[in-house]
Write a protein that binds this ligand. Structure first.
Ligand code: SDX
Length: 427
């Protein structure tokens, strides 16, 4: 197999090296293209453009494969804790017992939030969206935790502080928005147990740890933990490439994830399903609207830039819905509606021809509803899950000798040069 491609233009010929990934993916290395030819490439939305080489997550969109550091995501969902998965993504391997204990102690010791931050939370308007609050408060962490003396200390402690505090901040925001007493993290609870306890414990009704809910949250967060160069991860890498602190880079990832085309889709799916249900359950109108080129409506939770088959995470999430709702003895009409809609859509030629399948967001909201998470916090739950992936990707870019500030070029289509016209001559 050739290790280069040849471009010809107006008799000019250039050979460009081919980079081949571990799983055989091929890329044309164009890093010398403009220097050698004066040309740039054009790829709106970067659908055909690799921004980096990465050893963290492998996806095959045609086969529906997803692996974190080589381990299939379904095996992690079956056997791992979220803490182990976070450690794997960031450090490149599963922790041994001693490493896991040390990681757990670090997370526990850093899980409190500076008490002065509570006034920040309580001064947000009550109807503020939790994603806007989270993005702002993560950015504010730098003000409470200034830069540390050595780069290694700065990186390691900042990563740990983010992982440890994000749950506390999310639960604190929820409690304060309801005027409820803030519940602190406890050293005797696991990562997932602690979050649920901070969310639902009250002085008059202690929260009873529900094993099925804890397991569902564990799987939910593992399935969301990383997804190679998606929109929000790319935002973290781009912002991080300016060598801004990690809090600010993560805050930009949270902002990107908020979008309804990205992480905000999990909230949008439930809002779409609730509306269909309230209007009698006729989802055929939604399907017709989704197919109508003149209608901006999209079937939320369907389609994916990379997966042109069933999102492997959606398969696990769909199964989790059945198991969790049975265990909690909940009958959620939106689950039945989602399954019916999926069945009809997947037989429709439009969805077949466009390779549109359920993605992770299609069923994830059903799991969160069953656990008791309010709909406007669904994307916060996605962010907490994705945080280890964002951190791992940011750290990989920091360690990459080829990495430089991200600054794409453009094809200019504006006015050619003309002179300034003073106001009196402009009519
Ligand atoms: C996430 O990238 C990641 O990995 C993201 C994520 C992660 O873990 O980080 O997986 C998380 O963001 C999942 C996606 C959540 N978003 C949604 O569910 C919103 C609904 N989906 C779409 O908006 C869309 O499918 C995207 C945004 C997910 C992907 O969009 P693309 O790759 O830019 O595809 P496109 O918009 O160019 O669509 C291609 C065609 C178009 O039709 P044509 O003009 O070619 O005829 O498919 C159609 C689109 O109109 N299409 C849809 C559709 N999604 C695509 N038509 C109806 N309903 C949809 N949902």
């Amino acid at each position: 197999m050739d290790d280069f491609v040849t471009l010809t233009y107006n008799g000019q010929e250039i050979k460009l090296p081919v980079a081949i990934g571990t799983e055989g993916e091929k890329a044309i290395d164009i890093s010398t293209l403009r220097r050698d030819t004066g040309f740039i490439t054009l790829d709106p939305g970067y659908a055909n453009t690799g921004s980096c080489s990465s050893a963290i997550t492998y996806m095959d969109g045609e086969q529906g494969i997803l692996r974190y550091r080589g381990i299939p995501v379904d095996q992690l969902a079956e056997h791992a804790t979220f803490k182990e998965t976070a450690y794997l993504l960031i450090n490149g391997k599963l922790p041994n017992r001693e490493q896991l204990t040390r990681f757990s102690v670090m997370l526990n010791d850093n899980s409190l939030v500076h008490e002065d931050m509570r006034t920040f939370f309580s001064n947000f308007p009550r109807m503020s969206h939790p994603m806007g609050i989270l993005s702002a408060m993560v950015n504010a962490l730098r003000s409470f935790y200034p830069e540390l003396n050595t780069l290694e200390e700065e990186i390691n402690l900042t990563m740990t502080r983010l992982l440890a505090k994000v749950r506390t901040m999310a639960a604190m925001s929820y409690k304060i928005s309801r005027g409820h007493k803030v519940i602190y993290p406890r050293p005797d609870l696991t990562y997932c147990e602690n979050f649920l306890n901070m969310m639902f414990d009250t002085p008059v009704k202690p929260y009873e740890i529900n094993r099925a809910a804890v397991n569902a949250l564990r799987v939910f967060w593992i399935l969301h933990a990383d997804h190679e160069q998606n929109c929000s991860t790319s935002a973290v890498r781009v912002v991080g490439s300016a060598r801004v602190n990690l809090y600010a880079a993560i805050s930009s990832g949270i902002a990107a994830l908020w979008g309804p085309l990205h992480g905000g889709a999990n909230q949008a799916v439930i809002e779409m399903m609730t509306k269909i249900h309230e209007e009698g359950g006729n989802f055929k109108k939604a399907i017709e609207r989704a197919k109508d080129k003149n209608d901006p409506f999209r079937l939320m939770g369907f389609g994916h830039r990379v997966y042109k088959t069933y999102d492997p995470r959606a398969k696990i999430m769909k199964k989790m819905c059945d198991e969790l709702l049975e265990s909690l003895q909940i009958n959620d009409p939106l689950l039945d509606l989602a399954k019916e809609l999926e069945e009809v859509a997947r037989k429709d030629s439009y969805f077949i021809d466009h390779n549109l399948y359920p993605n992770i967001d299609f069923y994830s909201g059903i799991v969160l509803r069953a656990i008791g998470i309010p709909t406007n916090m669904f994307t916060v739950m996605f962010a907490i899950g994705r945080l280890p992936g964002w951190i791992a990707q940011w750290k990989e870019s920091l360690d990459d000798p080829q990495w430089k500030i991200c600054r794409p070029r453009q094809v200019y289509t504006g006015n050619q040069e003309y002179n300034f016209v003073p106001i009196h001559a402009r009519g």
